[in-house]
Ligand binder design. Sequence first.
Ligand SMILES: [Zn+2]
Length: 316
Amino acid sequence: MVDFEAIWRDFPQTLAEFEEIFPDEAACRSFLIKLRWGDAPMCLRCDSQSFWELSNGRFECSSCGRQTSVTAGTPLHGTRKPLKMWFRAIWEMTTHKGGISAKDLQRIMGFGSYKTAWSWLHKLRRCAFDSSREPLDGPAQVDDGYIGGRSRQPGRPKDTKALVFVAAEVNGRVRIEHAPSLEIKSVKAFVDRNLKASSEITTDGWVSFSSKSLGERPHCQHFQEKKRHFDVDPIQSAHFALSLFKRCWIGTYHGAISWKHLQLYLDEFEFRFNRRKTKGVGRIAARLFQSLVQNPPITYASIVASSRPCLRFENP
Ligand SMILES: [Zn+2]
C-alpha cells in the first residue's frame, strides 16, 4: 500500500532540496518504485512482489517470469531519456506560476527538437486532470468568457475566440471548460459536472443562467449594466481565475494554443491554481508525480489525434 500523504509531506519543497534528493537515476528510480508500488515492484501479470533485478534496469517476476520496468504502463512508457530529465521537466511545469512553454522547456533541457518538449508537456498535462475530483461546493460563481484573438463582434463573440465556462468557489477552487455553445444544455452539462446540487450560485444574470441550466441550486443574479457600477465585483473569483489564465495564454504561450488542445491547458492551469495555497511549491510537483504513476501510456500520435475542442462535452 502506497502512503501518498507521507510521500507528499516529505517531498522536497525547494529546487535546491529537489536536486539534493534526486541527484541521479538511482534516486529517481527508487522514488518511482515507492510511489508506484510501495516497497517493491509488483508484477503486472500475477501481482507477485518477488523480483530479480536485471542488468538493463528491468525487473523479472520470480513467479511467472514476466519482465517489467518502473515506467512500463505509465505515460513514461518506452522513454529513452533519463528519469532525472523527466523529474526536472515536472518540476519546471508545476512550480512556475504561469506554467512553461515548450520552447522554454526545450531550452532548459537542451532538447534537439521542439516536438520532444511539446509532447513531454502534453503527456504531463494529461496527468494534471483528475477525473475523481470532488465537485465545487458552497457559494460559487459561474460565468462565461472568451479566450483568443481580436473579434469584430461585440459582446459575446463566436468567430476567432474560444468560449469557456468558469465556476469558482469564493477564494477557493475553480473549474474552467472549453464549451461548444452558450445553449442551456451546455451550461447545464457544465454545472452538473462541476457543482454540487447544494451550491449557491452567483452569476451576471445572462439568460442561459437560469433554473433550466442551474437546476434547484439557489441563484443570485447580478445584472451588469453600463450605468450600474459594483464597488465589489459580485463574480470576482470567477473573473480573477479567467484573467490569470488569459495572462498565461499571452505571457507563457504567446497566444499560440490550438483550440483543439485548449482544454488540456485549462486542466494544467486549474491543477496549479487549485493548489496555489499549498505551502512549498515542491508539493505541487509531488501531486503530479502521484498522478503520473496512475495514468496509462500516452503516445505522441494519440496526443495529436485524440485532442479535440470542448473535450469535456464529448460525453456529457
Ligand atoms: Zn508475475
